[in-house]
Design a binder for this molecule. Structure first.
Ligand SMILES: [Zn+2]
Length: 186
């Protein structure tokens, strides 16, 4: 996936609002500035980046992303009732009821809100560690209960490192692992 937009300026929001109304195109927003979470920098939109077409969704790709986003604590536009927006995600803690009312009441303008933002940059090292933690959690979770004892034993004997060779082992990998196991037994 790729990110197509996060923060949206007033000019960009005005332009987008005109689309399908006073300008050609289809209507893609119901919000005028500053009523879109994008104007406050608390939302982002994704597109498909796997060569199948940016918004191709015949295989439920956007829903899959939506489920992942929800697990991470994001609010997903695919769940919106009045204006289903599958590429859209937002930070719910700033938008009770998916509305900018709270931000408007508290800060009046996105510029004031932006002043409260803290500089936060992740180093490559921190990012790598985060990805490692995430992947190892996934790998641990991926071991099925019926194979857990054997998996631990196989790791102990150095037959496998316990990491997934991909989405599943190929027959070549199975053959190599079985032969290595047999050799260690001998
Ligand atoms: Zn959006």
């Amino acid at each position: 996936m790729g990110i197509s937009q996060t923060w949206r300026t007033k000019a960009e929001q005005d332009d987008l609002y005109a689309q399908g109304r006073t300008k050609p195109g289809v209507i893609v927003t119901k919000c005028r500035y500053p009523n879109s979470p994008h104007n406050w920098g608390v939302a982002f939109d994704i597109y498909r980046n796997d060569g199948k077409g940016a918004y191709a969704d015949n295989d439920g790709w956007f829903k899959k992303c939506g489920q992942i986003g929800k697990k991470l604590g994001l609010c997903w536009g695919g769940d919106f009732k009045s204006f289903v927006d599958k590429p859209h995600f937002e930070l719910p803690e700033y938008l009770p009821g998916s509305s900018c009312k709270t931000l408007l009441a508290r800060y009046r303008t996105p510029e004031n809100f932006k002043k409260t933002w803290k500089e936060h940059e992740m180093t490559q090292e921190q990012f790598d560690k985060m990805m490692d933690d995430y992947l190892s959690r996934r790998e641990k979770a991926a071991v099925s209960a019926w194979a857990r004892t054997e998996m631990a034993e196989a790791i102990r004997r150095g037959i496998t490192d316990g990491k997934r060779p991909g989405s599943f082992a190929t027959r070549e990998e199975v053959a190599v692992m079985a032969l290595r196991a047999a050799k260690k037994e001998e």
